[in-house]
Write a protein that binds this ligand. Structure first.
Ligand code: AVJ
Length: 318
């Protein structure tokens, strides 16, 4: 919340107004991550169907020494979308065996998640200095340039998959422009696989992902005085093969008009009408290689699990 005068103004005003007055309706996935949504995402990462976090964690654990060796000594670590940094400890530990001190800058829009990150890392890794940065992604902000010395940028969890391919390319190009030749990027990407695996990961049996998706509506109710009845919207997850992405939507189960008091807005929904809330792009290793080359990076190594479900790519700024 940002306070203007006496009245606190929610920072989601613009996104919600724009997203619900356009056709088709959509809301950006960054709106998922208030404290409640970040907690739900943490629950998602532990679901049996959500293989991403567990698979990537295993890769990072297995290969952290090799990664540290390839990156070399005396790097500062910047992590985009760090969240609670649950997977990062193993990398920081491997790096701290090769340098006296590791400066670690976790960047995330969720300050509640960052707080968890700081507490858990400060307890376990005395050589690591944690400098949390609570902001939206910072490729443009000049922050990267302000970090001294060689850099290792972490962009894990397939978070890049939330962006349209052209946007992702722009983001990495801008990021690269604030890095020097020889700096490193460790990128985690989910890989294309059978829909029998992909779909349950985004539509789990316990309904946690449905709650995560509907938290956007709950947030509009809480912060903007909306009157959405969460039971009158259905969580929809589908695979779009042309675009190689999972899509999440919220579908109105009947004709209804919702009111959002703080926006002075009434929003009409037809039965079956959807709000598009997220894309999660899935990649091939060859696709990631080309994508990185176009943005000024060359892959040094890609590690995948034995089922080829997830890719961890170490790339060098060239
Ligand atoms: C955090 C963007 C990687 O796309 O898998 C999880 C978010 N959405 N379940 C993903 C998410 C639904 C997640 N990312």
């Amino acid at each position: 919340m940002i306070a203007i005068g006496e009245r606190p103004v929610s920072e989601i005003v613009g996104d919600v107004f724009e997203g619900l007055t356009r056709t088709p309706k959509s809301l950006p996935p960054r709106l998922f991550y208030d404290a409640a949504g970040s907690a739900l995402f943490e629950e998602i990462t532990r679901l049996p169907e959500y293989y991403l976090t567990r698979t990537e964690s295993a890769l990072l654990q297995q290969y952290s020494c090799e990664i540290a060796e390839r990156v070399g000594a005396n790097v500062s670590v910047i992590e985009l979308g760090a969240g609670t940094a649950a997977k990062t400890g193993t990398i920081l530990k491997a790096l701290s065996q090769r340098q006296l001190r590791v400066n670690y800058y976790p960047v995330d829009i969720s300050s509640s998640a960052l707080q968890v990150a700081v507490e858990s890392l400060n307890g376990s890794y005395p050589q690591v200095r944690v400098h949390p940065v609570a902001t939206n992604y910072i490729a443009d902000s000049g922050f990267l340039e302000s970090v001294f010395g060689r850099k290792l940028v972490l962009y894990l969890g397939s978070s890049v998959g939330n962006f349209e391919p052209v946007e992702a390319e722009g983001l990495l190009t801008r990021m690269r422009s604030h890095m020097e030749v020889g700096d490193s990027l460790l990128l985690g990407t989910d890989l294309v696989k059978d829909t029998s695996i992909l779909l349950p990961a985004y539509d789990d049996a316990q309904g946690i992902t449905a709650r995560f998706n509907k938290n956007i509506l709950a947030r509009i109710n809480r912060e903007l005085g909306g009157n959405f009845d969460l039971d009158l919207f259905r969580h929809v997850a589908l695979w779009n093969p042309e675009r190689s992405r999972i899509e999440m939507h919220l579908e109105s189960t009947l004709d209804q008009t919702m009111k959002i008091k703080l926006l002075g807005l009434e929003v009409y929904f037809r039965k079956g009408e959807r709000i598009h809330t997220e894309n999660s792009y899935k990649y091939t290793v060859a696709g990631v290689r080309d994508f990185l080359l176009r943005t000024g990076f060359a892959i040094e190594s890609t590690w995948t699990d034995e089922r080829n479900w997830f890719g961890t790519h170490l790339a060098c700024a060239v």
